[in-house]
Design a protein around this ligand. Structure first.
Ligand code: SAM
Ligand code: SF4
Length: 317
């Protein structure tokens, strides 16, 4: 979709916007179903990149220590735990710029993916920059989706990262698309960007070919020690509007209400689900930040009459 169309949708009266986005949602999805994704940091901290929002960057003193890649046994134990709690997708994230074929760490990641993909959940990884060879090997090992967020508009991106470019991100996404893996790609709001930046980000995402299979919408979790530590929280109605417009821009994508849910009220989250969100990160921890407790989420979904996607049933709830 074009920026002007997205902008016109965004500026409608809120109830007009969300009733229309709900109608789009119901054309493509079962309105009561929500995907639950569990997230595990398999390699934490000490990252070479300077993303201004990230507690894992080695450029800032955030209190997050550099750790080694987790062992296969530890990752498998976490994946089994997530499955027993009802997760339908298991996402693994690594704090580094990227991985290259031939390196020991890439071989270890491939082994982890091969084992985790036997557990019956969708497998997603977010390993930073990769090229066509790495993408093909990850797909062959059993990865369902590769997460690589564009995070904001191309114009605002240099304000938040200087160690790599927006084009670097697009190149990785192109390699993932060419391999046949699904792309999971979204962004963060609340970093000081304008409304236009948020809609430009959606314009870029909606013009991906093929479109992303899932779109995480993160609200900035201001991390002490990072340049964005003192940002003010995102206004709930701005978030709801953006989710509704995301549903228009990417009708067939799972729209994930991702980081920042600990700051949202139950009512705010309910509005987001109504507007078009149909996926959440599930489990007490994100990569390093907090997430609502799993039992609190189960209770909220139950009270709203929402439940886990049909293809996720069969795992314990
Ligand atoms: N290093 C890899 C990369 O950059 O793609 C993967 C890990 S990175 C931590 C994954 C995503 O988490 C980022 O692209 C960003 O959207 C999100 N994220 C990280 N820190 C965040 C924060 N403080 N608040 C909200 N979202 C955050
Ligand atoms: Fe590193 Fe990813 Fe954090 Fe950027 S977002 S500092 S690349 S871990």
């Amino acid at each position: 979709m074009k920026f002007e169309e997205l902008s016109a949708l965004y500026r409608q009266p809120l109830f007009d916007l969300i009733s229309q986005s709900r109608a789009v949602h119901l054309q493509h999805w079962r309105g009561e179903e929500v995907q639950r994704c569990s997230l595990l940091s398999i390699k934490t901290g000490g990252c070479s990149e300077d993303c201004a929002y990230c507690a894992q960057s080695a450029h800032y003193s955030t209190g997050v220590e550099r750790e080694e890649l987790l062992s296969l046994e530890n990752v498998l134990a976490a994946a089994r735990r997530a499955r027993s709690q009802g997760a339908g997708r298991f996402c693994m994230g690594a704090a580094w710029r990227g991985v290259r074929d031939g390196s020991e760490k890439f071989e270890r990641v491939l082994e982890i993916v091969r084992e985790v993909s036997q557990l019956g959940m969708e497998v997603c990884v977010t390993l930073g920059e990769i090229g066509p060879v790495e993408a093909c090997k990850l797909k062959a090992a059993g990865v369902t989706a590769y997460n690589h967020n564009i995070d904001t508009s191309p114009e605002f991106y240099p304000e938040i990262v200087s160690t790599h470019t927006f084009q670097n991100r697009l190149d990785t996404i192109a390699a993932v698309q060419a391999s046949g893996m699904s792309v999971c790609c979204g962004g963060i709001i609340g970093m000081g960007e304008s409304e236009a930046d948020r809609l430009r980000m959606l314009e870029v995402l909606s013009n991906f070919d093929p479109p992303p299979e899932s779109v995480p919408i993160n609200c900035l979790m201001p991390m002490p020690g990072t340049p964005l530590a003192n940002q003010t929280p995102v206004d709930i109605f701005e978030l709801v509007r953006l989710i509704a417009v995301t549903r228009f821009a990417l009708p067939k994508a799972r729209v994930r209400l991702a980081a920042g849910r600990t700051k949202l009220s139950r009512e705010g989250q309910a509005l987001c689900f109504f507007a078009g969100a149909n996926s959440i990160f599930y489990g007490n921890k994100l990569l390093t930040a907090k997430n609502p407790a799993a039992d609190v989420d189960v209770a909220l979904l139950r009270e709203l009459g929402l439940h886990v996607e049909a293809n996720q049933r069969g795992t314990a709830c």
